[in-house]
Design a protein around this ligand. Sequence first.
Ligand code: COA
Length: 261
Amino acid sequence: MSEQEVLYEVVDGIATITINRPTKYNALNMAVRDALSDFFKKAEEDDSVRVVILTGAGEKAFAAGADITGFPGRDSTEIRPAAKAGQDLSVFIESMSKPVIAAVNGFALGGGCELAMACDIRYASANARFGQPEILLGIIPGYGGTVRLPRLVGLGIAKELVFTGDQIKADEALRVGLVNKVFESIEALHEGVKELAVKLVEKPGVAIKLAKQSLNNAWQQSLRDSLAFELDVFCQTFDTEDKEEGVAAFLEKRKPEFKHK
Ligand code: COA
């Protein structure tokens, strides 16, 4: 069943969503994609969840892309709903009110790379490999790869990756800005991701949500519109209890206790 192919766990405000098809390199079939959607929605609706981690089971793959066994014989009309669902999932992750961290523990290819790009922050282990190999199948990325990759790494590098289908290693992904940090082992990756998640759990939730909205907005809109949006959400933070607490804590030289209100 789909729920076993994706695992969900919440500990101390951190939801971990794990794609669990290690023998198939965590390839994204329809059941996996649907379960991912359900669990991301669950994490969004659960007020006790402050941070979400997305990772893959095993030591080989984060996700090696859409499940290619579902491609033979399907035409444009038949593939459209599946691709739309993949895009919708990426948009949902990106629009969540909580930070989402991708812990990339191996191959992040095709839809796997695209899912990682929809997350807010990407950490990777040294064995991670990134790429958009769709061209090798005679197709192109369909879960946002041609849209988010150039925004993250620049148009020239995105074109090279999409046109060649080549994979890049974790250190190259770090160099081009596709990941934020690389860890020497998968264990070190999970420790590093946990450390970041714990740091983010303590941050004021409303301010995190509004900062994410403003950063996402700035990624898509003009400078002028983005500044207007930032002004609105910056002012909103002044109506929160957390702003009073954060400022008081600074002035009283103590640690703030945010209520996420
Ligand atoms: N869809 C379906 N199955 C996949 C898959 C995918 N995207 N990626 C890997 N698998 C399966 C393989 O078929 C294989 O299953 P099997 O053992 O039942 O034959 C298993 O995962 C392991 O893959 P394998 O190719 O044997 O491992 P490898 O180490 O030689 O190569 C990859 C690993 C990731 C480089 C290679 O599997 C690959 O290129 N996968 C496809 C990536 C891709 O094109 N993604 C975009 C799809 S749009």
